[in-house]
Design a protein around this ligand. Sequence first.
Ligand SMILES: [Zn+2]
Length: 440
Amino acid sequence: MDFSDLIIKALGLQDVVIEKFEQVTDELKLIVFVRQSRETCRCHHCDSPILFVHEWKERRIKGPPLGAFLFVEIILLQLRGICHICNDRVRSSSIPFVHPFFQNMTLALCELAGRLMEEMPCGAVARWLNLNSKTLWDLDQYRMKSMKPLMKLPEKIDLSKMSADEVHFRTMPKIDSITKPEIKFVTNLVCFKEGKVLANSPGRDARSLATCLKTLSPEQRASIKTFAVDMHEPFLLAIRKLCPNAQICVDRFHLAERVNAAFDELRKAEFKKARDSEDLFQQKMLAPHRRFVLVEKEKKLKKEDVKMLDRLKEINKNILNGMILVEHFHRMLDKTDTIEFKKSLMLWYRLVREAGITAFRKLASLIRKYRNYIEAYINSKLTTAKSEGLNNKIKVLRRSGYGYTNQESYLNKILQRCGYLNSRFINTNTWFWRLPKNLA
Ligand SMILES: [Zn+2]
């Protein structure tokens, strides 16, 4: 058995002869000197055989790690010679194993780095492989774009339960001091059973969701039985139009978000009052960083905190009422029976009326409007772990990329990390040695 053939293959090289090695063990570095095989050299311009040798030009290319040698440098002697077809000009021989756009890396290294970037931020991969992080960012983009036309959903995917949600993309810098900063969103279409993002599109209007839904076939859309969304009219419009058999429901995750937002609005208002009246105790208790303590569902608070909270409840009626409303709301959603739920809801409405807090009043009228969809949730028993989990994953993704400014890159990255745009679902195994014709 010829081990040099194995090493050539392992490094992703082709049509070369290994001339020698140099090891720099304490740097985990291997330098491999190779020469193109004379007989297989072809003109990079017209692909016909090169007839006469003009010179052997030295090129340095980075290869993939080889065992313990984490850093492999390939010093390649590339043939330059006369090509008859190209009017006897001196032409370089093509090197099939070097990436066409990242010329100092082998395809094998590019594919390896690309796969690592499916799991880790570019910067981490750059440090690990001792490569430039900007180059790797470009490579990641290139790879996602190349893979996108190959992306398809698994054949037997169960689309009976779906959800759609918007995630924050970026807040545009203010143009002047009067206008509010523009916040941009991205809409994701999620398959509940798989816990994956199937499609996404910019914005959060009816068209955004329609674009996502249209990536599914009419049969696939007809197979959707339950569709979980936020109480967001444009989404409801798109679903009613494109998913004929879908029962729309507002899931718990979105409801919890809304009730927390209402409470936070109240907290802010009360915090402002406390500041105006220079009430130090209330200012401390209602400070933004403590907002989670106030709405903590199962009270896992320290004794001291409980004492303080009790004191706050005693002196601030609005906060006390707000807390009762939040708690009752959660208990109401625990109901598994629609009649029980309705009873509980009627009571909640009454409590809201009596409390007279604007934020909760607004929420109550929203709930009234979408009550049927909330009842559908009570019936469907959808758990929200998946949409919550996915949203967290996307948040982490955005943070670990230190925010995204490029919309296409953000959309693709979500599909890569949370969907089917990656090598687990698209077979790119041959890309270690050659790229498909349309990419090369
Ligand atoms: Zn030629």
